[in-house]
Design a protein around this ligand. Sequence first.
Ligand code: ARG
Length: 275
Amino acid sequence: MSQTERLPRMRTYLMCPPDHFTVDYVINPWMDVTVPVDAGLAGKQWTLLRDTLVDLGHTVHVLDARPGLPDMVYAANGAFSVDGTVYGARFRYPQRTDEAEAHRLFYTADTWSYASPVHVNEGEGDFAYLPGAYGGMILAGYGFRTDPAAHAEAQEVLGRPVVSLRLVDPAFYHLDTALAALDDRHVAYFPEAFSPASQRVLAQLFPDAVLADRADAEAFALNLVSDGRHVILNTEATAFGAKVRDAGYSPVHVDLGELKRGGGSVKCVVAELRR
Ligand code: ARG
């Protein structure tokens, strides 16, 4: 890949602290109720991630955690916004249902145009936006959480083309565990997380993608947040950090080991607010 200079763009994010974080139920293969979670450590790791984003010049809004919603720390799942319009979430599992309302109240208290969804979808967990690809393109995952009907619904709400990608490996149950936007136009992904046909679609759209291998994906390397230059990713993902460095980005590693117990890492806990 060419060594063009990678320029950061200032972002606005939404995060929710792990104040009530536990692993009390199992809705993905990473969750294990028999291993206790260290909530204090989770809180320290979360704070360090927030401070890292702020130190890079980004704005981070905080949504208050609610008791009884242990997965609410994974703020990326609460909605998906593009150019001031918000497509709300509707969770697959009843344990997370009430999170959608907390996110809805955040947006409707402000000047966002909020659309309530009919179909099951888990926000930025299964939707990614590339503002610089084809004038603005949405990539959407299905197979485990988001209903494919939500892809068409998102296209109608947001007025951007949505490309549906089928996820096939339960370890990578959300799109954001298997694919990430590195900047406005470029992605990184783990091919085997997708069906053969979806792999072809990705290869056709993104011939210059940074490809991850299984070890990278299992280290939650693709669950990254990028501002176009700085790629914030899990400390475990050192090999993949070198790959994005080779592609001209600057990896910034943060330890989110405790939050991995719930099946998520950097991207899962950070929603981007796109005005
Ligand atoms: N325990 C949560 C779930 O299974 C983790 C969500 C991770 N979030 C994400 N954006 N991948 O729903």
